[in-house]
Design a protein around this ligand. Structure first.
Ligand code: GLP
Length: 247
């Protein structure tokens, strides 16, 4: 694992955007798996700035959101589809039809199959960008998720619903969906390259476990130790619990 420690959130965001931009510039068509949440907001801001400055062309970019709340329509302001449109897709020149998010209603098995098929039809993921939950989840793959999972519907951990309620502006816990659809661990591990971002002290234990702990389904991000091309960009707060060798 390539662990890059930067001073603060701003530097993490700039570095992450540069990494994504380099992937986009490296080929005519790039398939990205993209996260939502608070962590990547600065990265999206910088990618939009690059585009507006004429430095980055998204016409060959295909995106797949990592996850979505089950039951929220893409028009719902708390949906991750809405997030991705407002933070990135509508601000750059990604052609209509090249931005993907999972179907999050109706037949669950069909929705999961459909998402895997769309990813495969796109040629697989060139780069997946990930945040990390305080409990070590990636996407919505909660502790205990089998490493073999592909896109699946999950029941959200209580701590995740609480964190999302506080962090994303839900009015109260009852408004946070109980289920979500998420790329599975095997879907994520199938990407050619993985970039994980973390900022803040509340992520420090999860980051240390992911980098230096045993590879265990109890800490889903630890599986990344087995991926051949992983970079972590973490700020000093999130690197707090790493041993000096990594930090
Ligand atoms: C959320 C999301 C993840 C995200 C993670 C961290 O629950 N489902 O995809 O990466 O938890 O979120 P944040 O960046 O807001 O801390």
């Amino acid at each position: 694992m390539n662990v890059i420690v930067v001073p603060d959130y701003e530097q993490m965001s700039l570095h992450a955007a540069e990494t994504v931009a380099a992937e986009i510039r490296a080929r005519t068509r790039t398939v990205l798996g993209l996260p939502t949440g608070n962590t990547p907001k600065g990265m999206y801001r910088e990618l939009v700035r690059m585009h507006q400055a004429g430095e980055l062309d998204f016409s060959g970019v295909v995106t797949f959101n990592i996850d979505e709340y089950w039951g929220l329509s893409p028009e719902h302001p708390m949906s991750f589809a809405y997030y991705m449109r407002t933070h990135l897709v509508e601000r750059v020149n990604i052609p209509a039809g090249q931005a993907n998010w999972p179907v999050a209603s109706g037949d669950q098995a069909a929705a999961c199959r459909d998402y895997e098929e769309r990813i495969t039809a796109a040629g697989g993921l060139d780069l997946v960008v990930l945040g990390i939950g305080g409990n070590g989840h990636i996407g919505f793959n909660e502790p205990g998720t089998s490493f073999d999972t592909r896109t699946h519907v999950v029941r959200l951990a209580e701590e995740t619903r609480l964190a999302n309620c506080r962090g994303y502006g839900f009015r109260d816990l009852d408004d946070v969906p109980e289920f979500a659809i998420s790329m599975g661990i095997a879907t994520i591990m199938g990407a050619r390259k993985v970039l994980l971002l973390a900022s803040g002290r509340e992520k420090a234990a999860a980051v240390a476990g992911a980098v230096q702990g045993p590879v265990t389904e109890e800490l889903p991000a630890s599986i990344l130790q087995r991926h051949p091309d992983v970079t972590l960009i973490v700020d000093e707060q999130a690197a707090f619990a790493l041993s000096p060798r990594e930090a």
